[in-house]
Write a protein that binds this ligand. Sequence first.
Ligand code: 6PG
Length: 470
Amino acid sequence: MSEALAHLALYGLGTMGSALALNILDNGFALHVANRTASVTEGFRSEAAASGLDGRLSVHGSLADLARDMPAPRAIILMVPAGDPVDAAIAELIPLLSPADAIIDAGNSDFHDTRRRTGTVEGAGLTYIGMGVSGGEDGARHGPSIMVGGTPAAYAGIRPMIETIAAKFEGAPCAAHLGPDGAGHFVKTVHNGIEYADMQLIAEIYGLFRYGAGKSPAEIGAIFAEWDKGALKSYLVEITSKVLTATDRETGKPAVDVILDRAGQKGTGRWTVIEALTMGQSASAIEAAVGARGWSAEKEARMAGEAILGGVRGPLALTHGDAEQALLAARIIAYAQGFRILAAASETYGWALDFARIAEIWRAGCIIRSALLDDISAAFRSDMPHGQLIFAPAFAKRLQATIPALRRVTAAAIAAGHPVPALSASLGFIDTMAQARGTTDLVQAQRDFFGRHGFERIGGAAGSHGPWWD
Ligand code: 6PG
């Protein structure tokens, strides 16, 4: 894009697309829109009109009409489901656009796809931007956190608009250009991985109060509301307290009690784990959360399992203080693991990611916004031994103070038969990282024994072999 701000368009008026479109209009920008289904486009026109936001709105019958009829230079935001719909939209747009135009994918795309699409679109002489947008419907409407990948020049073209529509933390926009091509979508993917872990950790603590301490959802909601005033202050803790104190209109039961305990997943949590493993990392808390979603989907098997294996969840004496500290420790570990994946990707792809900046733009607008992120950004701007958040002085101190509670809660839960896969995975990570000598010497010996893989002798040569080969 050559001009400071191109004519804007948004294609895909689903929940997130229409909310983002209203946000753009509300902030004084003119916008062209279209959707695959005409009735949805008309619904959006009425919604915009009802809010007095249709003055700057131009509605088109199709993506092709939009591209043909709007003036150049064009910046077209795609808000369509990740995967084939993005490729289809790009294929339709390329022949209709001209060199000053940009395509912006604002969905939850796999960053590998974004890298490939950047090659295709820029090969056709156009600009491509992969943009992670977090904050759900409310965030999209009133200010999301925005993670941008693309060239600096491409970002310069959309920056005024992006910074205007983004969430603000103490007046500063929660939006940044993070690196080339797939960098924005990768950071959004890891954001979601942390989101999965935090949600699962909260759910495990809820389960301990509910099925171990015998508390009602409303009582647990009140505990979370209290925690939201302290170190755990965050969007996810806040909405958890609201969810747990809500009542189902139809039955008068706690709302959470009429919901089937089976969750799906669209991919970002799983991709976080896949990418981590591919780069030789292991984000155990995120893995556990993704795995727990998979197990949740096996509802029928779990129902049979309760009968066959005699699922017993014994009573638990759980203090509020211990539960709070345990959740805080595990949350720190989940963030730390997320940032380790970002560091690995930054190195692998040569992105030079600014971790402090990423923490800063997650402080408002996004789903994982929490009081901790302010401290995380400060930690990345100061002393960070071995690039590990868990070793940054402020966090090491917090972990030393909270890990005993995580250990007590996890041990008690396990002893009483409560599933705590993410809490225990978090503890397993920290206990591993807190030991200078682990047990992989034996794994190395086994590998050498059965496959002559060799090992590094302490103070000696790599490629050494054990006496079993003498
Ligand atoms: C956000 C959310 C949002 C959505 C994810 C996860 O940051 O606004 O992360 O993008 O919740 O797509 O969805 P699943 O839980 O269905 O994988």
